[in-house]
Write a protein that binds this ligand. Structure first.
Ligand SMILES: NC(=O)c1ccc[n+]([C@@H]2O[C@H](COP(=O)([O-])OP(=O)(O)OC[C@H]3O[C@@H](n4cnc5c(N)ncnc54)[C@H](O)[C@@H]3O)[C@@H](O)[C@H]2O)c1
Length: 362
C-alpha cells in the first residue's frame, strides 16, 4: 500500500481532535471522514482540519460509504461495545480509544467477535508511547537495574474535564475512575513487569471533586483519589497513587522502578506547563551519583495533543503495523486485562478486600 492511510474519526470530541492534529503531522496519513452526533464536535474538528472531508452522523453510513482504511473509535466509553460490534462489518483497521469497554464482560464479548477480523485492531494506550516512559521501559527490559522488584506510578492532576453530554461524571458510563483513567497505568505496569496480575488491593474515595454538581438530579459518583497495589505472578509489586485534585503539580506523572541492583525514575511534565523535556535518572546501588539524561519531545509533536507527544508515536506504530501486516503492539487482550485490573481495584474499594484476578474468568 503506497497511498496514504485514510482515517475516519468516529467521535470527533476532545480525543478525536487530538488524533486529527497528530495525523495532520504524519506525511503518509490523512483524515478523510468525520462521524459524530454533535454538530459542535464536527465544527471544531473541521476548524482543525482546515479542509473538506466527508461528514456522517451515523457510523453505519460511514461503513456503507467505504472510503477509509482505518477507523479511530473515540466515542464515550459506554458506547464502545455497540460501536465496535457494528464497525466489525467494515473490515478496516481499528484504533480503539481506551478503555476498550467499560466492563470485562463487554471486552470479552468483543474479543470473541474479533477473533478472525481481517484488519489490525489496536487498543489506544498512549502512555506507553511517551518518550521518557519508552526510555524507562527500554532500560528496565535491558536489565539495567537488574531484576525488577517494585514499580510505582503517581498521577497527580486536574479533575475530569467536561465532556460532551457529561458522560464522564458517572461510573456506569465510564467504568469508574480506575477503569476509565487508570487502565493506562495498569497497562503500563503489566508491560513493564512482563507478567500477569495475581491480586489487587485498593483504597480510594470521591473526597473533593464534583460533589456540588448535579445531572438530572444525580450527583457524580466517580472516585477522585486512590492507592492501588497490584501483585504480579513474577513477584513484581506495583503501586498506583492517583489524585485528581492536585492540578498545581510540576509533574503530572512520576514513575519509579527499583530492581535488584539499581533504580530508575522519570517524570512527565503537566501539559499545561508547556515543558517538552524531562529527566531520566538511573542510580546504581553502591555508586555515589546517578546517571542523569534529559529527554526532549519535538515541540511540533508536543503541541499536537495533551499526552506528551505519545499520540503521534502511537500512530506511527499503528501505521507501521498496517503497512507491514504485523500484530498490534497493544492488543485487545492488553485492553481487556487493563480493564480487568481497574475493575478489580474498583471492586476492592467497594468491598474492602483483596481481589484475586482469578475471580475474573480471563
Ligand atoms: N488516551 C487518552 O489518554 C484519552 C484521553 C481522553 C479521552 N480518551 C478516550 O477517548 C474517548 C472519547 O473521549 P473524549 O474525551 O474525546 O470525549 P468527548 O465527549 O469530548 O467526545 C466524544 C465524542 O463522541 C461523540 N459521540 C457520542 N456518541 C456517538 C456516536 N454514537 N457516534 C458518533 N459520535 C458519537 C460525542 O458527540 C462527542 O463529540 C473515550 O473513550 C475516552 O476514554 C482517551
Amino acid at each position: 500500500m503506497t497511498e496514504k492511510i485514510k482515517y475516519a474519526i468516529i467521535g470527533a470530541g476532545c480525543m478525536g481532535q487530538e488524533h486529527i492534529l497528530n495525523i495532520g503531522i504524519i506525511d503518509d496519513a490523512e483524515v478523510v471522514a468525520l462521524c459524530d452526533t454533535s454538530e459542535q464536535s464536527i465544527k471544531e474538528s473541521l476548524e482543525l482540519l482546515n479542509y473538506e472531508v466527508a461528514i456522517f452522523n451515523d457510523y453505519n453510513d460511514l461503513i456503507e460509504a467505504n472510503i477509509a482504511n482505518a477507523f479511530i473509535i473515540a466515542t464515550p466509553n459506554f458506547t464502545h461495545i455497540d460501536v465496535l460490534k457494528d464497525v466489525m462489518k467494515s473490515g478496516v483497521h481499528l484504533l480503539i480509544e481506551k478503555p476498550l469497554c467499560t466492563t470485562v464482560k463487554d471486552c470479552q464479548e468483543f474479543e470473541k467477535l474479533a477473533e478472525n477480523y481481517p484488519g489490525v485492531i489496536w487498543t489506544a494506550m498512549e502512555y506507553r508511547y511517551m518518550p521518557p516512559v519508552q526510555r524507562m521501559i527500554k532500560e528496565i527490559h535491558n536489565n539495567t537495574i537488574g531484576d525488577l522488584k517494585m514499580l510505582s506510578i503517581r498521577e497527580h492532576r486536574f479533575p475530569f474535564l467536561h465532556k460532551v453530554d457529561d458522560w464522564n461524571r458517572f461510573a456506569i458510563k465510564t467504568g469508574g475512575t480506575l477503569v476509565e483513567k487508570c487502565c493506562h497505568f495498569f497497562d503500563l505496569m503489566r508491560l513493564i513487569a512482563q507478567s500477569e496480575p495475581v491480586k489487587v488491593y485498593a483504597s480510594g474515595n470521591q473526597d473533593v471533586n464534583h460533589l456540588d454538581e448535579t445531572y438530572d438530579g444525580m450527583t457524580p459518583d466517580i472516585l477522585d483519589n486512590a492507592f492501588v497495589i497490584v501483585d504480579f505472578e513474577n513477584g513484581v509489586r506495583a503501586f498506583l497513587d492517583i489524585c485528581m485534585f492536585a492540578e498545581n503539580s510540576e509533574y503530572q506523572e512520576e514513575l519509579c522502578a527499583v530492581g535488584s541492583i539499581g533504580k530508575i525514575e522519570t517524570e512527565v511534565p503537566s501539559n499545561a506547563s508547556g515543558i517538552t523535556n524531562s529527566d531520566i535518572r538511573i542510580g546504581m546501588r553502591g555508586e555515589q551519583t546517578a546517571l542523569k539524561e534529559n529527554i526532549t519531545v519535538d515541540p511540533k509533536i508536543h503541541e499536537a495533543g495533551h499526552h506528551h507527544g505519545s499520540t503521534y508515536y502511537e500512530h506511527t506504530s499503528f501505521i507501521k503495523a498496517i503497512r507491514n501486516n504485523t500484530k498490534p503492539e497493544v492488543s485487545l487482550n492488553d485492553g481487556l486485562i487493563a480493564v480487568a485490573i481497574g475493575e478489580a481495584a474498583e471492586k476492592s474499594i467497594k468491598e474492602g478486600r483483596v481481589v484475586q484476578m482469578s475471580e475474573f474468568n480471563l
